[in-house]
Design a protein around this ligand. Sequence first.
Ligand SMILES: [Zn+2]
Length: 327
Amino acid sequence: MPNMKNKIARLVKAFVYQSGIDAMKRRLAPSSVPVIVRYHSVCSDSNLISAGIRITPEAFSEQAAYFAKYFRVITMNDLVDQIQKRKAFQKNTLVLTFDDGYTDNLEAARVLKAHGLTGLFYITAGCIESDEPFWVAEVRHLIENTGKKEMRLALPDGECRIALSNATERERAIKKMTRLFKSVNIETRENLRIFFRRELNDTPPVPKDLMLNWSQLGELVAMGMEIGGHTMTHPNLPSATKDEAQREIRECKLLLETRLKTEVRHFAYPNGGSIAHFDDKAKTLLQEAGFQSATTSKAGKPGFESDLFELRRMRATEKLSEMLWEF
Ligand SMILES: [Zn+2]
């Protein structure tokens, strides 16, 4: 029964969009509540990026065109300024954000620019100059590419065996490893990573062009896009020690500002899901480092009462009709 309900809901949402009812609503009864949209990758397919955080370029182009026509897309700087000064929000306001810093974001920025729109790109700065791959992608890459049917990991509470003999088991293993990497401090994560690599040592190296490089980031800046911080190595900040969290936050801001000659005022907490991905420690460290806002992965919309270091966002989805229903 819930399946049937979901199906009907999807059909209703698609009808509201395709029939023009949504467009009419945006014009006749516009919303005065802004929405911050949370994108990650914009690509057709990837063995390195989870399907849950990918939007196809075709869907993204459709979304950008619709936003240009019926919404007012502003920068995070403007939104934060409006919240601080309690200026009335203009109708149908959106802020478009992109997490992690995938290479495909450059093409997404070009699409935005072509429509006269802007976006905020939160960059995992340590992935740019370091040979260390983005750990979230490496977990997926190793498990997807190994020929081994099982792996063993030495964990503090004993040895753990993880089955890898079919697609379901591998997807389960990716979830388990990702959750494990999120739940430990950075030093432990890096130690686990060494064991993990040794265990699945029959895989090719992680492709190097997954994340934006400095020259591509320079193009984003030249297009007028905002650059935000997303730490150096994408740790789960509440799991990190205070010193680790401070280093991740400060170094990320300093590196991006120095290399890109642009101010980095906004931050997005990495990760999310079932483990807490921000806490008071992280919020204080961000303020001390000079950031002016931070967005979370929790669903919700900003308002005058919002904590600027706990701004909620709405997740982008492949189907525009599903997103519009939530705006
Ligand atoms: Zn992220």
